[in-house]
Design a protein. Structure first.
Length: 559
């Protein structure tokens, strides 16, 4: 933080503290915006910081940090001028900063969609451009028919309810761990500001109902917070407790105002609501609460950015000849998904405990024939037939539909250039149906390691993107040496991702692949007959936790 920035933050805080109780509602809103641009948003950005594994920060984060102070000064200057073109131009830099932070929010949020607390911190950044754009519109005297005061309050709403509150709740999840109650409260906190905004724009009744529910949920967040910190010592917890009490009082003011609108009995006037609610939210909740979390600085479970992900995509059809068409084949010779199963050794896993024939399959994959048997679960079979129309055209993840489509597969292992892919020591495993020659999979295999945890990293080129599956490797557990299980549920980097321009997007799918040797006896999985094949594999894929596809493989060494 620069000295100038600190002085500006201190001045903004003092202005709110000294003046808010004597100013009318719109003036209080103006001071709340000043506090947001100088203090609240930079605090949220700092708490959301998530560097790359190389140690550098995201370019979007760095650009926003560099421009934050001058843009905040310009925004405050804009608020001091009459509405018009000059005031609007001065507000534009702040809109740029909020947009940069939103892109960073996508970059840090996409890989962590399955981590609700981190998703909340990212969503806090995503709401900011709405506040920035509303500020430009307000200073340009463009009200879209809602009036200048409504536009001004929109700026406040998305800086505080849209940004500060989700960030507070996300940090609460980091500190407390997550529970079902937390997830319910969080879900409403994340969607509430948007629904209230829609209500303001289109339906007063939606606005009233949404604001009422939102107020109750925020009070629930406060109670949840107080229960968490009641037995903990430290100045940070004191600040967080004060914030929780303050937001409860603040939402009480809102509820009283809503009751006034519904019953026509004056409990709280609009101006009083703006002053009380705005004052309490800006200083008592957002400033005090975020400073408290900054002091506590609860650690994140999110891995650092920069997980290795393939850069290879397709411009259309993939197919068995994809690698040749795109000139991706490198010189060299490789026969397996990995050069050696020791690539997965760690402090908790020793590859030598895995049956030698299972390790050989991963190291000499091209020497094995596979036969595949599909099972699509009830509720997904119609979708599977519709999906097959597409997968047969692009020849990627071209799964068979039913047992009648069971077929023998041929395999090729092909080295791929690391420069084209972006990962290291990459090879493709191309699997085709013997009967038709069509590809079932064109998969690009690599491994990577982070925090002593090794991962299998598999990319599937798709039209204009790719799907990447990152799996942990563990013993199957039936016996110490019988088999191995690969899973995207292993925490850390594990998961299924779609490549996007701003980073990998974690999607709500998971897969588990079990490979084991023949002769497991009573431990043999249901639905499998031990027909004497050298190895067996079961590949299960789930969507939102529900299995929709099972692929069973019988594997025989041919060389």
């Amino acid at each position: 933080m620069t000295v100038a920035g600190f002085l500006c933050w201190a001045i903004a805080s003092a202005l709110v503290t000294i003046s808010a109780l004597s100013l009318d509602g719109p003036a209080t809103a103006t001071l709340a915006i000043s506090l947001a641009v100088f203090v609240v948003v930079p605090l949220v950005a700092r708490l959301a910081d998530l560097p790359f594994r190389t140690g550098r920060r995201s370019r979007w984060y760095r650009a926003a940090s560099f421009c934050s102070l001058p843009s905040a000064l310009a925004a405050v200057a804009s608020l001091s001028l009459p509405a018009g073109s000059i005031a609007a131009l001065l507000a534009v830099p702040w809109f740029v900063v909020t947009s940069l932070l939103a892109v960073f929010g996508l970059q840090r949020g996409f890989p962590n969609t399955h981590r609700p607390a981190e998703l909340a911190v990212s969503v806090a950044l995503l709401y900011l451009p709405v506040a920035g754009l509303a500020l430009v519109a307000h200073r340009a005297d463009v009200t879209f028919g809602f009036g200048a005061t409504t536009m001004l309050l929109t700026v406040v709403h998305y800086h505080y309810a849209g940004c500060a509150l989700p960030a507070f709740v996300g940090l609460l999840g980091r500190e407390s761990g997550e529970s079902r109650t937390y997830h319910v409260l969080l879900a409403i906190v994340l969607v509430g500001p948007g629904i209230i905004g829609l209500g303001i724009a289109f339906s007063p009744m939606i606005e009233l109902v949404a604001a009422g529910v939102f107020g109750i949920v925020v009070a629930g967040v406060a109670v949840y917070t107080l229960v968490l910190v009641s037995s903990r010592d430290g100045i940070g917890y004191v600040f967080v407790s004060v914030a929780a009490v303050t937001i409860t009082i603040s939402m009480g003011v809102v509820v009283a105002y809503l009751a006034t609108r519904l019953t026509l009995i004056t409990l709280v006037t609009f101006d009083t609501m703006l002053r009380g609610h705005g004052w309490l939210n800006a200083v008592g909740f957002a400033l005090v609460g975020l400073v408290g979390w900054r002091v506590l600085n609860p650690p994140t479970e999110a891995p650092l950015l920069g997980m290795p992900i393939s850069q290879i995509i397709s411009n259309g059809r993939v197919g068995a000849d994809y690698l040749d068409r795109y000139d991706l084949v490198a010189n060299g010779n490789t026969t397996g998904m990995v050069d050696g199963f020791t690539a997965f050794n760690s402090s908790t896993f020793e590859s030598s405990q895995i049956e030698a024939s299972v390790r050989a399959f991963y190291e000499r994959t091209a020497n094995y024939d596979l036969r595949i048997e599909p099972t699509w679960e009830r509720g997904f079979r119609l979708g599977a037939r519709l999906y097959a129309r597409l997968s047969r055209r692009i020849e990627q993840m071209n799964f068979p539909i039913d047992d009648r489509d069971s077929d023998k597969l041929s395999s090729r292992i092909i080295p791929i250039g690391d420069r084209a892919d972006g990962r290291e020591n990459v090879r493709a495993w191309v699997r085709t149906y013997d009967e038709t020659g069509a590809a079932i999979y064109v998969a690009l295999y690599a491994t990577h390691r982070f925090d002593d945890q090794p991962y299998m990293n598999i990319a599937f080129p798709l039209p204009y993107s790719n799907l990447t599956s990152v799996l942990t490797v563990e013993p199957l557990g039936v016996a110490d040496s019988d088999g191995v299980v690969l899973s995207t549920k292993g925490g850390g980097d594990a998961g299924i991702y779609v490549r996007t321009p701003v980073g990998p997007l974690r999607i709500p799918m998971n897969e588990t692949i079990r490979v084991w040797v023949s002769g497991m006896g009573d431990a043999f999985p249901e639905g499998f007959d031990d027909d004497g094949s050298d190895l067996f594999a079961r590949h299960e894929v789930t969507l939102f936790g529900r299995r929709f596809l099972r692929l069973d493989y019988r594997i025989v060494e041919v060389q």
